[in-house]
Design a protein around this ligand. Structure first.
Ligand code: G3P
Ligand code: CA
Length: 252
């Protein structure tokens, strides 16, 4: 069953494990995705981008430098090279042996789990690269278990044309003058701003929710901000501390 994106009035926000459960395992690895699923997160977020030879892989930065033992731009390295790097040791020796996963490996892990994949496409991707990412989803029959989000409007417009059955979310560092107009123009079902931006105009949540559009702010790692966001009625909260969220929910 696809997750209802907007939550009923009065419901507490769902949990999105940001880059996996990334406070306990190295971000954007299978270990982090697995930990997010096991913690019971309704969504697991990851970042996808494309190698020089056209394979979607899972990493946040445009270079492999920070989170692996290698160096260089992903867009200039082959998939064989990137997926052979150690993506765990920088975090802890206990995770040595974690590799950079392909998007396909992450989708296979999420498929059939209770979690939905919040798949961020890190621009700039060409239309063909966006198409390659969408194909990984559609060829697994996972259009109902994925919410694709991006800061890059071109990615969203391409995705809407290439795979209209996959729901979309818009990421924003600052609020639009008219968030609802922007969301409608792009055809997204979720509007996902930074939490600081959202809290400058909390009424944005009700305006979007009334139109059936979910609001899922990022990235919230403290109980106080979580409680404030729950109060203004956000639908989900993106966090590095997915497991701790459930304690926050119980106290609410
Ligand atoms: O999911 C939202 C959040 O991930 C956006 O920022 O830089 O962590 O990808 P970033
Ligand atoms: Ca992200």
């Amino acid at each position: 069953e696809p997750l209802p994106v907007t939550q009923p009035d009065g419901a507490l926000p769902l949990t999105v494990a940001h880059r996996g459960y990334s406070s306990v395992a190295p971000e954007n690895t299978l270990a982090a995705v697995e930990a997010g699923i096991r913690a019971g997160s309704e969504y697991v977020e990851i970042d996808a981008q494309t190698t020089a030879d056209g394979v979607p892989v899972v990493m946040h930065d445009n270079t492999v430098d920070r989170t692996t033992d290698g160096t260089g731009d992903i867009s200039k390295l082959t998939a064989d090279h990137v997926t052979g790097l150690d993506a765990g040791s920088w975090f802890s020796p206990a995770f040595a042996g974690q590799r950079v996963p392909t998007l396909g490996e992450v989708l296979d892990l999420v498929k059939g789990s209770g979690s939905t994949l919040l798949l961020e496409v890190k621009g700039p991707e060409t239309r063909a690269e966006t198409g390659g990412i969408l194909a990984e989803v559609t060829e697994r029959g996972m259009s109902e278990q994925v919410l694709l989000q991006s800061f890059d409007e071109r990615v969203l417009r391409d995705a809407r044309e290439l795979a209209p059955e996959i729901p979309l979310g818009l990421l924003r560092g600052t609020l639009d003058a008219d968030p609802l107009a922007t969301a409608r123009d792009l055809g997204v079902v979720a509007y996902n701003p930074s939490s600081a931006a959202l809290l400058t105009r909390p009424g944005t949540v009700a305006t979007l929710n009334d139109a059936g559009i979910a609001v899922m702010p990022y990235t919230i790692d403290d109980a106080g901000t979580w409680a404030r966001l729950a109060e203004i009625g956000v639908d989900a909260v993106i966090t590095n501390k997915a497991g701790e969220h459930f304690g926050w929910r119980q106290r609410a």
